[in-house]
Design a protein around this ligand. Structure first.
Ligand SMILES: NC(=O)c1ccc[n+]([C@@H]2O[C@H](COP(=O)([O-])OP(=O)(O)OC[C@H]3O[C@@H](n4cnc5c(N)ncnc54)[C@H](O)[C@@H]3O)[C@@H](O)[C@H]2O)c1
Length: 408
């Protein structure tokens, strides 16, 4: 396996040896750029790190993005051929941020080359692909990570502590939702996200994966589900072929259109192994909530709620407050995990990309220390096991049991 991480010379001022981690990135759109910026920011934010990331090579099919990777981000090399990334001897870790249906082939090639892999969620576009990717990575013995970035929000980690400490009593029910307006405008272009052959499934893959992953973190496994899906906007303008379509790109009235081939909406009722009941909803075509990746947890002695739109606020209700009951707002601050790496004090906020920095820091740390990382591909398979049951329920109209899809 060529995945050994080499020590670099200690900077003269610190006297501390740090391991060099050569980073290759495949797909240099929104998230490929976010991860690359993270790798550049890690040294300025985590002085205690035992490694130094180095941007080695970036692949994208769009020439202007390769140019940007080299000339603005400082990658040593850029290429239109992703195989050069997995084969580069200077690369220890491959970040996969290409459209979902490409993930599994890239993971298999990187695993065969012995590179550690951080793959954007959900790892493939279908449950079958996620299972294949997990199996290839496990057999190759590489370390894997998945971009379930909301796990790393300081107040989400605090929420997890409140739940596990019993502060809310016994958890009775859970509400998870990811409502995004990115597809609410019928003029939003037919980017890869709306096509089953490029994205795989629609919002179950793109959005509900995040919601259920957080529920797994907070409450544990789901045992049974029943659900429904719908596509509300069935035709969208075709993207301009001369530039890569973005998530938020818009066409014009009268543009030629194409057919949306995966779902805009998914709803699911479920039972958790811990006994709690839950509801999940995801939509990309809803009007109103703009990026409402949110959850509520209800227990016998209290409740809490978090919403990405207010990432630096946690709503907490404790019945023990007696006459003074009511939700109170807990502001983010440096007393919570990671927050102080970005900004000191309380109520000085952090942002979306800071969560990507935290996940990249933790993944590089796992690689440098040679240990399993969570969330990794095993956790990705836990979500697609739920997704497969949900999709089956949509077909049968009945409750379906969640069966682990992991293959030995
Ligand atoms: N964790 C999160 O919050 C989050 C948010 C957005 C996207 N994502 C995930 O990140 C991944 C990428 O999404 P995005 O929004 O960055 O997409 P994007 O469309 O902005 O970027 C994808 C890039 O991949 C490139 N590409 C396409 N085919 C390629 C190939 N064969 N080789 C190399 N590059 C190729 C495209 O040119 C484009 O630059 C997806 O899996 C998505 O689910 C995660």
């Amino acid at each position: 396996m060529s995945a050994a991480v080499q020590p670099t010379a200690a900077p003269a001022t610190t006297g501390r040896a740090r391991r060099r981690i050569g980073v290759g990135v495949i797909g240099f759109g929104w998230l490929g750029q976010a991860h690359s910026r993270s790798m550049l920011r890690i040294p300025t934010l985590f002085g205690e790190r035992g490694f130094d990331p180095e941007l080695v090579i970036c692949a994208d099919t769009a020439p202007e993005r390769i140019d940007d990777a080299v000339h603005s981000f400082g990658f040593a090399r850029g290429t239109a051929e992703w195989r050069q990334v997995v084969e580069d001897p200077g690369v220890d870790l491959v970040v996969i941020a290409a459209p979902n249906m490409l993930h599994v082939e890239l993971v298999e090639a990187a695993a065969a080359a012995g590179k550690h892999v951080f793959c954007e969620k959900p790892v493939g576009g279908t449950p079958e692909q996620t299972v294949r990717a997990e199996k290839a990575a496990r057999r190759a013995g590489i370390i894997t990570g998945v971009g379930y970035n909301y796990r790393w929000a300081p107040l989400v980690r605090h929420a997890a502590e409140l739940v596990s400490s019993g502060a809310l009593g016994e958890i009775t029910n859970y509400r998870g939702r990811f409502f995004s307006m990115y597809g609410s405008d019928p003029l939003g272009v037919l980017s890869w996200r709306f096509l089953v052959d490029q994205a795989g499934h629609g919002v179950t893959t793109d959005l509900m994966s995040h919601s259920v992953d957080l529920a797994h973190l907070l409450l544990g496994p789901i045992t049974r589900v029943v659900g429904t899906t719908e596509t509300f906007i069935r035709e969208r303008p075709l993207p301009n072929p001369s530039r890569p379509p973005t998530h938020y790109g818009r066409g014009r009235p009268g543009d030629p259109t194409g057919t949306v081939t995966n779902e805009d909406y998914a709803g699911m009722l479920c039972e958790f192994a811990c006994g709690a009941r839950g509801t999940f909803e995801s939509s990309r075509s809803i009007v109103g909530p703009e990026s409402q990746m949110a959850f509520d947890v209800y227990g016998t002695r209290g409740a809490l709620g978090w919403n990405l739109e207010k990432l630096n606020e946690l709503q907490v209700y404790l019945a023990e407050d007696g006459l003074d009951t009511g939700y109170r707002t807990v502001f983010g601050g440096d007393r919570f995990p990671y927050h102080g790496h970005f900004v000191p004090g309380s109520a000085n906020g952090i942002g979306f990309e800071d969560l990507v920095v935290i996940e990249d820091y933790e993944f590089c740390r796992s690689v440098a220390e040679g240990r399993r990382h969570r969330p990794g591909f095993a956790e990705a398979v836990e979500w697609v096991s739920v997704q497969a049951a949900l999709l089956e329920s949509v077909k049968t109209g009945r409750w379906e049991h969640v069966v682990s899809l992991r293959e030995d």
